[in-house]
Design a protein around this ligand. Structure first.
Ligand code: UDP
Ligand code: MG
Length: 317
């Protein structure tokens, strides 16, 4: 088991306030761990001094590797780039803001090396410190995605995790452009140990997520890993067809038996608006899937890196 290497992937987007703190804390812990390691910072097109700070670390520490994107491609792309370029036997993903505490790494390494697990993943034990509305939607999201998709995602799962090479290769084999890593990690399977920990505030700087960003993330997750919304659209269609046949029969019989025509245009207007709304809703659902298919068929690269200090780096993939 000795002499195995650990690669840490750290996606960074405008993290000038947090990178040094992260580097110091992580280095302190890794130095005590008696293993070979590399810290792979992926600069996701930051517009602040993030890249300069990373480069200054490169000059004084050979454990520091970096890859810098030509623009902001998003955290999912940054993690993918990290997986493509990490060479370790074990690969970990951590946020730069110390919300994923490096102090858990020794315990995680211990579990993955001594027990029968391919992955040690983390989840929050509580949602303390999060706005209640956000918590509520997050809970609904996890419940829903577990019900309607074939992946199992633990409520409060973070992207912070440690994996062995087998699992990383499996993750890399999933080359889809629409990446939803929480789903990808669940989909590839493998034995995963879930390690809960208390939620921590970021050390400095600001989160890049707002409410609507998270909503879009949730919809993406569902569309990427479930076809249930499409079935719902079909079932709506079948239900409404049945209902309209019934309504037709009622109207015809009322007219024949009682000579009683349906009165008023208001009911008609309501029905037209209702059906119109339902149709748009269902077309919208289909549109989501068509849009994803469109993006997939173009096979554009996941990321484009403009520079790196990694030997034979995968700059475009
Ligand atoms: N991040 C990134 N690209 C982005 C947005 C975020 O690489 O477009 C990184 C960010 O630098 C941080 C991690 O992803 O290391 C998590 O971001 P953040 O702390 O904003 O998310 P939160 O913890 O609030 O969910
Ligand atoms: Mg954070």
């Amino acid at each position: 088991m000795e002499n195995r290497t650990l690669s840490l992937i750290i996606p960074c987007y405008n993290e000038q306030e947090t990178i040094l703190a992260f580097y110091q804390e992580a280095t302190g812990i890794l130095a005590q761990m008696d293993l070979d390691y590399e810290m792979l910072f992926v600069d996701d097109g930051s517009s602040d001094r993030t890249l300069d700070i990373i480069k200054s670390l490169v000059t004084k520490d050979s454990h520091v590797l970096y890859l810098s994107f030509s623009r902001n491609f998003g955290k999912e792309a940054a993690m993918y780039a990290g997986f493509c370029n990490a060479s370790g036997d074990f690969v970990g993903v951590l946020d730069a803001d110390l919300q994923d505490p490096p102090s858990l790494l020794p315990q995680m390494m211990e579990i993955i090396q001594t027990q029968d697990y391919d992955c040690v993943a983390t989840c929050r034990s509580t949602r303390e410190g999060e706005p209640p509305v956000r918590s509520w939607f997050a809970r609904r999201f996890y419940k829903l995605i577990n019900q309607i998709s074939d992946v199992n995602i633990v409520d409060g799962a973070r992207d912070f995790r440690l994996m062995n090479r087998n699992m990383v290769d499996a993750v890399l084999a999933m080359g889809e452009s629409n990446r939803f890593s929480k789903g990808v990690f669940g989909w590839v399977g493998f034995r995963t140990y879930w390690l809960p920990y208390q939620n921590i505030e970021r050390v400095a700087g600001q989160t890049k997520w707002n409410f609507w960003g998270l909503m879009k993330y949730a919809v993406d997750g569902i569309v990427n890993f479930s076809q249930t919304p499409l079935s719902i659209a079909s079932w709506f269609g079948i239900f409404m067809t049945g209902l309209s046949v019934l309504a037709l029969l009622v109207i015809v019989f009322k007219k024949l038996l009682f000579g009683d025509p349906v009165a008023g245009w208001a009911s008609l207007a309501c029905i037209v608006i209702f059906i119109g709304g339902l149709q748009l809703f269902c077309i919208g659902i289909m549109g989501q899937y068509v849009a994803k298919t469109y993006v997939e068929t173009k096979k554009r690269p996941h990321y484009i890196a403009s520079e790196s200090n990694i030997k034979n780096a995968d700059l475009i993939r």
